[in-house]
Design a protein. Structure first.
Length: 216
């Protein structure tokens, strides 16, 4: 395994993952770190094609297991072609969603179960795990209200019912309890600047970096 670190951004719709990942990328770059920002599903040409199948169209177009398998199909391609080579080249990888989203959405939301998704995880990516995972936690209605204010049509998951999103929130929190060394839960209902500070301080402490501004 390479010398770069992988940090993933997890949480429900509208929890601020994409916003905060962009801020952290700039903080790391200012500190002289080589950064690759990427996302799931997607991150390679083939995986982006799979993404289109997952984020557009009728909410019930796929059986849950088909969804899970497509997420892992995309993930293996992304990991092998993009993430692992970057880490080997001492580049830090910031990824907007990763396996925890499959645990939460397909395992929790659709009810396939964490054990079943963990089996797929083992088959697909073995023991590979991010070095640090942020779980952005926010009330389901508040998050969805933020997400619906955003432009774009990649909304197939957003259109699933509110109970689906409640199960997702609970499952993310369960995953964080299961892996407390890797996962840091962030109260994402706070203002952008406050959340940014919490993210930056966590990364600075965890990896011994000086990320400048707003250190207490
Ligand atoms: N802490 C925050 N407070 C208020 N609005 C926010 C906050 N973080 C993000 N937003 C806004 O909410 C919307 C969703 O944020 P985004 O980063 O796209 O969430 P996600 O990637 O988790 O779905 C965007 O319009 C963004 O500007
Ligand atoms: Mg996003």
């Amino acid at each position: 395994m390479g010398m770069g670190k992988m940090i993933t951004f997890e949480g429900g719709e509208g929890s601020g993952k994409s916003t905060q990942m962009a801020f952290l990328a700039r903080s790391l770059e200012r500190a002289g770190v080589d950064v690759l920002t990427t996302r799931e599903p997607g991150g390679t040409e083939g995986a982006e094609q799979i993404r289109a199948l997952l984020v557009h169209g009728a909410v019930d177009r796929w059986p849950p297991m088909s969804e899970a398998l497509m997420h892992f199909a995309a993930r293996v391609d992304h990991l092998e072609q993009n993430i692992l080579p970057a880490l080997d080249g001492n580049t830090w990888v910031l990824c907007d969603r990763f396996t925890d989203s499959t645990l939460a959405y397909q395992g929790g939301g659709h009810g396939l179960g964490l054990d079943e998704i963990s089996v797929l995880q083992q088959l697909a990516i073995g023991t590979f795990r991010p070095d640090l995972t942020f779980v952005f936690d926010i009330g389901v209605e508040e998050g969805l209200a933020r997400a619906f204010g955003r432009v774009g049509s990649e909304d197939r998951y957003e259109r699933m019912d509110v109970d689906f999103h409640r199960r997702i929130r609970e499952t993310f929190l369960q995953v964080a309890r299961n892996e407390p060394e890797r996962c840091v839960v962030i109260d994402a209902a706070r203002g952008i600047e406050e959340v940014q500070q919490a993210v930056r301080n966590t990364v600075a402490d965890r990896f011994g970096l000086d990320l400048g501004a707003d250190r207490p």
